[in-house]
Design a protein around this ligand. Structure first.
Ligand SMILES: Cc1ncc(COP(=O)(O)O)c(C=O)c1O
Length: 358
């Protein structure tokens, strides 16, 4: 697939400099079609019958395998969820931590991770990292580790500064289990879960999937309690008797995902070209450089697809003005910053429109 063919997949790019994958990726035409055709089928034929359910289960298996491929792991270690937040909740609830237990996290986490961490009942130690670079974040997190630390909870790519944390180095320097928020990494940079313990996936961002799709990698499914069982958790259940969880991470599947969304995410994964990570790195570099000529750029060079910068004037007002001009970026709450998401579909012209719009 050429770059021009890739761009032509996304109708929104005809009009808009869509720099928004950190929130929602653009929907490709095959993804839209998969969603629409399934809705049509569901309405016309009904959501019923054994073939329907067999098909649904087959789609789940296919998607689990495809996502395992994205994480360089096996399908037995992948649960299908509705989001990163969902995945974080599954892990935190399953660990059953107590006030004597400690979790180390940072003050730059998204609420999708921070919410489940703070609701866990454990004592939370927060490393102050705000505008720090990758190495400083690593050291700041390690400084908070004590003999009581039961979990490290960090992002692979920071949603504010766009900084990539070396989560593997972090894992190697402690014996503590690590939960990685992969919302801004999967689909934006190559991911290999390696020796990490838990890793979340958001389907709707860099993977360009439908809303409310995602996954959770669990290295050792037997060691995490099934705290929030869905229908898919059961290998067997005798009413009034015992519940036996399914083998592998399937037991953490968080519930029914609409057939259209399963097909839509499958279609989205299918259109992503081999060269996607190289192109993201290249265009994020171009974006950084062009912005740096007129504004202060927050994101250091050589990170992922997010480029954060400080515009002249109020960030929310600038974002609204850009939106009216067909340039989609977002302002970051409690900061004076804007964030542009550069995807494999982003052109130099999109970046030019952003810079001109400022
Ligand atoms: C770093 C990070 N974590 C978590 C989330 C929440 O993702 P989800 O909606 O998949 O739960 C986001 C969304 O913006 C994010 O940027």
């Amino acid at each position: 697939m050429t770059f021009e063919e890739a761009r032509a997949l996304f109708p929104v790019l005809e009009r808009v400099a869509y720099l928004n994958a950190g929130t929602f990726g653009p929907l490709a035409e095959p993804t839209r079609r998969a969603l629409a055709e399934q809705a049509h089928r569901d309405a016309g034929e009904g959501r019923a019958g054994k073939p329907y359910f067999d098909e649904l289960l087959e789609l789940r298996t296919g998607l689990r395998t495809a996502i395992a491929g994205l994480l360089a792991t096996s399908p037995e270690r992948v649960a299908l969820t509705s989001s990163t937040t969902d995945g974080c909740n599954i892990v935190l609830a399953g660990l059953g931590l107590q006030p004597d237990d400690e979790i180390v996290t940072t003050d730059a986490e998204h609420f999708g991770l921070a919410g489940p961490v703070f609701a866990s009942g454990a004592t939370v130690r927060v490393a102050g990292v705000q505008q720090r670079g990758p190495d400083e974040i690593l050291e700041a997190v390690l400084e908070e580790v004590t003999p009581r630390t039961r979990l490290l909870a960090v992002s692979h790519v920071y949603w504010t500064t766009g900084v990539v944390l070396d989560v593997h180095a972090l894992e190697q320097r402690t014996a503590v289990p690590i939960l990685v928020d992969g919302a801004q990494s999967v689909g934006a940079i190559p991911v290999d879960v390696g020796a990490l313990d838990f890793y979340t996936v958001s389907g709707q961002k860099w993977l360009c999937g439908p809303d409310s799709t995602g996954a959770l990698y669990v290295a050792d499914p037997d060691s995490l309690r099934v705290a929030r069982p869905s229908y898919f958790a059961q290998e067997s259940f005798e009413p009034g008797g015992r519940f036996v969880p399914r083998p592998g991470a399937q037991r953490f599947d968080s519930g029914w995902i609409p057939m259209g969304s399963l097909r839509g995410l499958g279609a989205a994964l299918g259109v992503a070209p081999d060269w996607r990570f190289e192109r993201i790195a290249e265009i994020a570099g171009v974006c950084r450089e062009k912005l740096a000529a007129s504004v202060e750029v927050v994101t250091p060079p050589g990170q992922a697809g997010l480029v954060t910068f400080r515009p002249h004037g109020d960030a929310a007002e600038v974002a609204a003005r850009l939106f009216e001009r067909g340039v989609v970026v977002r302002d970051l709450p409690r900061t004076p910053w804007l964030r542009a998401s550069c995807g494999w579909w982003t052109s130099d012209e999109d970046v030019r429109r952003l810079v001109a719009g400022l």
